[in-house]
Design a protein around this ligand. Structure first.
Ligand code: GLY
Length: 575
């Protein structure tokens, strides 16, 4: 009897354990954070209709292409970091743009050998071969349950019927107005009476609706081969570009192993090359692992974060490029011994001037890109950062297609030591030089973080500052911060060169500034807030989801009640 009672107790304990393991593996709810309410809602609809996180990612990405035409889209690229719960599988879909086959190392230099910014930033020559259309197809076919047609339906409707733009749209158009004016299709779609419209402008994109519909019905092949491909090649080449039909037909999505590393007891899963994000983030965290940040005061913490960023961004310049084309010592850069060596050179009382590092010669900043984070009730996750680079990319819209072409070629280093649009440089050997078919180095850093109790899906746009934003978010998450705190906190950044800490207005008080200056840091207040971070957190102990969208943007984060079925039901915003 006693034995039977004991085994009954043991069985109940076992069942309880199994129950809690199950709860840990699947939240039973879903959450989405994206940079635009219409995109978050499109993802919600697909989940409510039985889709999984990967279908929702197609819906969100496709809608962002319509409602943030300045940030990402058909003519751009992305990294999708995926976690498939059923087999615990992590993968990065590398949908980064590639250099056309006719690209050459010196294509952005003039006869005197000087880099000409406008060549790699404005117009058709700046555009690389897009990865976005094929990425959506791979997501839907290999990971989703829904057809492209179903998942893209909402985006097509928004493009065709139009939507009211917000302040961000007006700002982005204002920023690139002069470039947009050079292209008749861009002028007629995005400007109003030849100038940046005020918020509330109804943006209708009929040509884009037709292009999205073509991809939704016929698949990505309709983009990479046939009539549309021919039209794009002809248009690009008629205005100084160098695309060929072969470039489009050859484009491939590369399914890459993400970088996996530990910070203390936290698991990090993050984008691998050609994103520099994972290597710079993990190298920074490895260095920080040599210090006791919990015991450090605020100024020491800022100083240490700055010093590790300085060293990790220096390595970016010196060593990183597309590893399918150049040798990158990834294993060494990610090794704790390497980080320990770097950390040993950090003085607590003094900044190390960047010109004390050998190798990189010293010789501006902006950005648009977008990010979304999703977790579904089964525990599938998507962290996706998508880009056409500058606001409205190259400013080149292919007539009658609504496709805004990226200017991602500027993410290559036109010449060693010459900063790109984000002030990023490459060292003397220029591992990030232009080469036919090569993928330009990126800073996009889609990330998963996991401790015993909590899991985060996060990322942000912001050019070169993406990686430092993700580093600050990682440290905050590790210290127990909630989603709202992570997206809201004021930020600071250092990228080796220029040798200065850029900070948001409220990041430092007067005493902190003085103390940092006394240690030798140069400070520069950012003229604007930056970043648009999207975070979803699963508290595994409480089995509760939370989500937050950066207050600097216009996004929407929601935790979705599984009972909500129709598009008219308002999801619960946790912003
Ligand atoms: N275009 C911005 C980046 O990929 O880093």
């Amino acid at each position: 009897m006693l034995i039977r009672k004991a085994s009954a107790i043991a069985l109940s304990i076992l069942l309880l354990c199994i129950g809690s393991t199950r709860a840990e593996q699947a939240p039973g709810q879903a959450a989405i954070a994206s940079a635009h309410p219409l995109a978050t809602r499109a993802g919600h609809e697909i989940l409510a209709a039985g889709g999984n996180a990967f279908d929702a990612a197609v819906a969100v990405a496709s809608t962002l292409a319509v409602v943030e035409p300045y940030a990402s889209g058909v003519g751009g690229g992305a990294f999708f970091l995926l976690h498939r719960a059923k087999d615990n599988y992590d993968v990065m879909l590398d949908a980064r743009e590639t250099a056309p086959l006719a690209a050459t190392r010196d294509m952005f230099l003039n006869k005197e050998g000087e880099a000409i910014e406008s060549f790699s930033r404005d117009g058709a020559l700046a555009a690389a071969i897009p990865g976005w259309p094929l990425a959506l197809e791979v997501l839907a076919k290999e990971y989703g349950r829904k057809s492209l047609k179903d998942s893209m339906a909402a985006s097509i409707q928004h493009a065709r019927q139009g939507f009211a733009t917000g302040e961000r749209y007006s700002k982005m158009v204002g920023w690139r107005e002069e470039i947009l004016k050079r292209n008749p299709a861009a002028t007629s779609i995005f400007l109003q009476n030849g100038t940046a419209p005020a918020p509330g402008f109804k943006l209708i994109q009929k040509d884009l609706a037709n292009t999205l519909e073509l991809i939704a019905n016929k698949g990505a092949i309709a983009f990479y081969r046939g009539g549309l491909a021919e039209r794009m090649v002809n248009e690009v080449n008629s205005t100084g570009g160098i695309w060929s039909k072969k470039d489009l037909a050859n484009y491939r999505i590369l399914q890459r192993k993400p970088i996996k590393a530990k910070y203390k007891d936290m698991q990090i899963t993050v984008a691998s090359l050609p994103s520099s994000g994972g290597i710079v983030l993990v190298d920074s965290l490895n260095m920080l692992g040599n210090f006791d940040l919990t015991a450090a005061g605020e100024v020491d913490r800022i100083h240490l974060v700055t010093e590790v960023l300085r060293r990790a961004y220096r390595d970016r310049a010196e060593f990183l490029g597309d590893s399918d084309f150049v040798f990158v010592p990834v294993k060494q850069l990610l090794h704790p011994y390497y980080a320990a060596g770097q950390a040993a050179g950090i003085r607590l009382d003094k900044a190390t001037p960047s010109d004390m590092f050998a190798g990189v010669p010293e010789t501006a900043i902006g950005a648009d890109t977008t990010h979304f984070s999703i977790i579904d009730k089964e525990g599938n996750r998507v962290s996706a950062t998508l880009s056409i680079n500058f606001p409205f990319g190259s400013g080149f819209v292919v007539a009658d297609t609504g496709i805004v072409l990226n200017n991602e070629m500027d993410d290559f280093a036109a010449k060693a030591g010459v900063p790109n649009g984000y002030g990023l440089i490459a060292g003397r050997d220029n591992p990030n030089a232009v080469f036919p078919g090569k993928r330009m180095l990126s800073s996009m850093t889609p990330t998963f973080l996991e401790t015993d109790n909590r899991l985060a899906v996060l990322g942000t746009p912001g050019g070169s500052r993406i990686i430092s934003m993700v580093l600050l978010a990682t440290l905050d998450f590790y210290n127990g911060a909630d989603a709202n705190t992570i997206v809201s906190k004021p930020r600071f950044h250092h990228q080796f060169l220029p040798d200065q800490i850029i900070y948001e207005k409220d990041a430092f008080n007067q005493d902190t500034k003085l103390e940092l200056q006394l240690r030798g840091h140069r400070l520069a207040e950012s003229s604007r807030h930056y970043g648009n971070m999207q975070v979803v957190i699963w508290d595994k102990r409480k089995n509760a989801l939370s989500a937050a969208s950066d207050p600097r943007g216009e996004g929407l984060a929601v935790v979705l009640d599984p009972a909500i079925k129709s598009r008219d039901d308002e999801p619960r915003s946790s912003k």
